[in-house]
Design a protein around this ligand. Structure first.
Ligand code: ASP
Length: 316
């Protein structure tokens, strides 16, 4: 094993070998999850705490299931209802939890960088389950596993990431991962939803779906992140769907065997047509959810091996 990381804070610090190692192990967990005996002991004796300061459906459920399948004691902190509401700082909360001796902390937070900061204050492995617009590493890893299994490889593919790039941590983590694995990434969306400095990411940028989708292998749609918008980024949802919503006509520009992805939650009729989302010949959206559990099992397993191998003081 060469995976040497103490935390999973983002895709940025991971070399391609670490990405492949997580995906290879995740493949094994996919097989375990499809069997009748969905239990292993990799996290036996360890305590996993999930702290979600932002709403989540699939990510939190996925981390919880992943921990339980590997034998950890899993606790979900209801952060909305916790001391945070009473004015306690993130660090105070973390220190309180730290005193309970968790081994794995899974954290989602509305501020970019908050999870990184927290990882410096605790002596357990921290996994970023999404921090602001910054990163969502397990989402990019599960997307990569889905692509690798559908296409038989994870390099030299043309991947289009479409929609609200500016507010999306999913886009950012995917751009980093797909670039490290030597794929060509195109971003498609209205200029108002493109982050500034996007040219530095080594991607091609389009504002027209027909042009941008030409010959791509993978079409990744993103949710319009209204909760992160503080003004008029789009004229109307109707107009947005007309120009950027993925329907059969626009998808026809991609390769015939192109797959369609969406991290969820989906706004049907806003960024994607419901029929495309449900088309089992094109859409791999359900596979993404399945891969999510396996990837999180793999990531926590690898972090736990390092945790067990090192004295806690030298973490961080
Ligand atoms: N679930 C993903 C995230 O937490 C994508 C989204 O919310 O649109 O970033």
């Amino acid at each position: 094993m060469t995976f040497s990381h103490s935390h999973l804070l983002g895709i940025e610090p991971l070399p391609p070998s670490a990405i492949s190692e997580i995906l290879d192990l995740a493949d094994q967990y996919v097989a375990l999850n499809r069997g009748d005996m969905k239990h292993a002991e990799a996290l036996a004796g360890l305590t996993q705490i999930n702290m979600f300061f932002e709403n989540s459906t699939r990510t939190q459920a996925s981390f919880e299931l992943a921990g339980k399948r590997l034998g950890a004691d899993v606790m979900n902190m209801a952060m909305q209802a916790s001391s945070i509401k009473k004015g306690e700082t993130l660090i105070d909360t973390a220190m309180t939890l730290n005193a309970m001796h968790p081994d794995l902390l899974v954290v989602r937070h509305p501020h970019s960088g908050a999870v990184d900061l927290l990882s410096q204050k605790v002596n357990c492995a921290v996994l970023n389950a999404g921090d602001g617009r910054h990163e969502h590493p397990t989402q990019a890893l599960l997307d990569a596993l889905t692509i690798r299994r559908a296409k038989g490889r994870l390099h030299r593919l043309n991947v289009a990431i479409c929609g609200d790039i500016a507010h999306s941590r999913v886009a950012r983590s995917n751009i980093l991962l797909l670039g490290k694995m030597e794929n060509r990434v195109r971003l498609i969306g209205p200029p108002t939803l493109m982050p500034s400095g996007i040219a530095d990411f080594g991607v091609e940028v389009y504002d027209d779906m027909a042009e941008g989708l030409r010959n791509v292998d993978v079409v990744m749609m993103l949710r319009l992140q209204r909760e992160r918008m503080d003004g008029g980024f789009i004229p109307s949802e109707r107009e947005y769907y007309f120009r950027y919503g993925l329907d059969a006509e626009k998808l026809a520009h991609a390769k015939d065997d192109a797959i369609v992805m969406h991290p969820g939650p989906m706004n049907r009729g806003v960024e994607i047509d419901g029929e495309i989302a449900d088309d089992i010949n094109r859409s791999v959206i359900q596979e993404q959810v399945e891969m999510g559990v396996a990837v999180r099992m793999a990531a926590m397993d690898l972090l736990a091996r390092n945790l067990r191998a090192r004295p806690r003081e030298v973490m961080a």
